[in-house]
Design a protein around this ligand. Structure first.
Ligand SMILES: *Cc1c(COP(=O)(O)O)cnc(C)c1O
Ligand SMILES: [Zn+2]
Length: 463
């Protein structure tokens, strides 16, 4: 360790390579490539010195990570608490920490647990700086970029992404922290398919915001083309450096449960499939180091309006689909880029513990509204996760477990426009949403006269 007085401080170590998931060829991490130049498959990042980490006893790892939780060093407050498992090649001084990670696990109250069919926890990634889990991956991608700028003296870097809203918010935020003369931010959004709050975020961070017709899949094709033909730094989860940081969601769950993952089920909404890839990857790391004794069951959830992964799990065949409008708009993706990684992880590690369920738009809204009426602040994708767990338990799709953790991937406020439409009954027919009066709520307009308010509330006079 660099600082002998503090055994918990990370040191620079390891050797990271891009590794092709198809032909297994390895490439230099500073090549800035996003698909294999020889076979076009996706890349993952491999620490070729991972076996060195296995020499450290599992108990020591747990002590290190638990010790860092009590540290005041800012750079290891967030996802880099797990430095060795994320980007061990960069020094602490290159880490960009904006407050991401370390998000709370909240116990569902008795009424909500009864509604869902089991006690469970919500791990709310809405409590991140740009209010979604995307900040985890952006912290690793932008810290890596910051490191590369310094060691390679890069100038005029263009950070670019396609987005359903939250990737662009996170990318714009983290890029805006780097020197303007070195880095600029561009985000591509499908016009009208991100919420007003999400649109305000990259604008507020000073990024160039390009709106184009179509859906996310169309924007993604454009940035893939740009990343292939021009010098840009791709910030979608196709860039495997994003996946590294997002693994921290799994590490944190394990740590928050005292490293006891026996009988654990983790419920994750699937869009482009980067997040579920990272969550599985993260648990595999912990399992391989002996830090946890068992891999959890993973339950992916998709809307019936965008459920290619669910259809693959049900039928055995994967085919991209054309999406129709979904309130889980951040996951409204018909051709998930990371699907080949999911398939490989399932084959290699999760074959008996990976399930995917589709839920209706009405179920998603009811999941969000019901959770939030019982003390949560979950987004539509969090509602989707909750609805998926409820349905999977009812149908007997997943084995009964001991602990259930539901991923709410962003903050309620980003998606409050869907709540508004529910309350006003103003959803377009394509959503196919049936509303229920008891889940609606509206402001009551009164004059401000105490007597009138007391009468309205039916208050009993004192004495
Ligand atoms: C991006 C996003 C998703 C989907 O995650 P993928 O990695 O694309 O599968 C789900 N929920 C929210 C809030 C998101 O921003
Ligand atoms: Zn290859």
């Amino acid at each position: 360790m660099t600082d002998k007085s503090d055994p918990f401080m990370p040191e620079v170590r390891g050797n990271l390579k891009y590794s092709c998931i198809g032909c297994k060829e390895r490439y230099d991490i500073f090549d800035f490539i996003y698909t294999c130049p020889s076979c076009r498959s996706l890349l993952r990042i491999e620490n070729t010195a991972f076996d060195e980490l296995k020499k450290i006893p599992a108990g020591t790892w747990r002590d290190i990570f638990d010790g860092r939780r009590n540290s005041n060093v800012l750079e290891i407050q967030g996802v880099f608490r797990f430095h060795e498992l994320i980007l061990p090649i960069i020094p602490l001084s290159d880490i960009i920490y904006l407050g991401e990670g370390n998000t709370p696990i909240v116990r569902a109250n008795p009424e909500l647990s009864a509604w869902l069919g089991t006690p469970f926890f919500v791990k709310n990634d809405g409590f991140n700086p740009s209010a979604s889990f995307k900040d985890r991956g952006m912290a690793s991608a932008i810290s890596f970029l910051n490191h590369a700028i310094r060691v390679k003296d890069l100038k005029g870097v263009l950070g670019i992404c396609a987005s359903t809203g939250d990737t662009s918010a996170a990318a714009a935020l983290y890029l805006s922290y780097l020197p303007r003369d070195r880095v600029k931010a561009v985000v591509l959004l499908p016009q009208g398919k991100v919420t007003p709050q999400q649109l305000s975020q990259p604008l507020g961070s000073g990024a160039t915001v390009i709106e184009m017709p179509g859906v996310f899949d169309d924007c993604m094709r454009v940035v893939e083309q740009l990343a292939q033909d021009y010098h840009v730094f791709l910030l979608n989860s196709k860039n495997p450096v994003r996946i590294l940081g997002q693994k921290s969601y799994a590490y944190e769950i394990a740590q928050q449960l005292g490293w006891d993952t026996e009988g654990l089920t983790v419920v994750v909404p699937i869009g482009n499939a980067g997040n579920i890839t990272a969550v599985m990857d993260g648990f595999v790391d912990l399992f391989e180091l002996g830090i946890i004794a068992e891999l959890p069951v993973i339950l992916g959830v998709q809307s019936e309006h965008a459920d290619p992964v669910s259809r693959w799990r049900a039928t055995g065949t994967f085919s991209p689909m054309k999406v129709t409008p979904s309130v889980a708009q951040a996951a409204m993706i018909g051709d998930p880029v990371s699907f080949p990684k999911v398939r490989q992880l399932v084959q290699n590690h999760f074959s008996d513990r990976f399930f995917v369920i589709s839920v209706s738009e009405t179920e998603i809204m009811e999941g969000m509204l019901t959770a939030n009426r019982h003390g949560h602040v979950v987004c539509t994708q969090g509602g989707e996760s909750a609805a998926g767990l409820k349905k999977a338990l009812k149908n007997g799709l997943i084995p009964r477990g001991r602990n259930y953790v539901v991923d709410s991937t962003s903050h309620h406020l980003k998606f409050s426009s869907f709540q508004e439409r529910y309350f006003d009954d103003s959803f377009a027919p394509e959503y196919g949403i049936t509303t229920r009066e008891e889940l609606k709520n509206r402001p009551v307009k009164l004059s401000g006269d105490p007597q009138e308010i007391a009468d309205f509330l039916g208050l009993r006079r004192k004495g």
